[in-house]
Design a protein around this ligand. Structure first.
Ligand SMILES: [Zn+2]
Length: 134
């Protein structure tokens, strides 16, 4: 099994496009409303675009109208890591892939969305690959 946590920057640059590298490895954010999965309602599983691990499912995706794909829960809480992010003068909770350490997006709590958790995992489309249900 590949241990992605030990991958060098050069290895990631070879595997990922510049846009993917910027978001996944440099914690960038894609512009709102342009991501390929923002309004996707296709049933399926979202995998980490860096390592291929299953991260989110369409059954937990909801319409947040925030401009990015939003989920109220990860497929499995062990698949993501959450850590405090104090960049840009804000205190946010960053969401990373537990398998490869790549940046996925942020999670926001208590915004009043009518979902089972009232959490919004705000994830960059470019961090994920959707595998449609067969
Ligand atoms: Zn990953």
């Amino acid at each position: 099994m590949t241990d992605y946590k030990n991958w060098t920057e050069a290895q990631w640059r070879e595997k990922l496009t510049p846009e993917e590298f910027y978001v996944l490895r440099e914690a960038g954010t894609e512009p709102p409303g342009v991501g390929e999965y923002t309004n996707t309602t296709t049933e399926g599983v979202y995998h980490c675009r860096a390592c291929g691990e299953e991260l989110f499912r369409s059954t937990e995706k909801f319409e947040s109208h925030c401009g990015w794909p939003s989920f109220f829960s990860p497929a499995d809480s062990d698949k993501v890591i959450e850590r405090e992010d104090r960049s840009h003068g804000m205190v946010r909770t960053e969401v990373l892939c537990a398998t490869c350490g790549s940046h996925l997006g942020h999670v926001f709590a208590g915004e009043g969305y009518n979902t089972p958790t009232d959490l919004r995992y705000c994830i960059n489309s470019v961090s994920m690959t959707l595998e449609p249900k067969q």
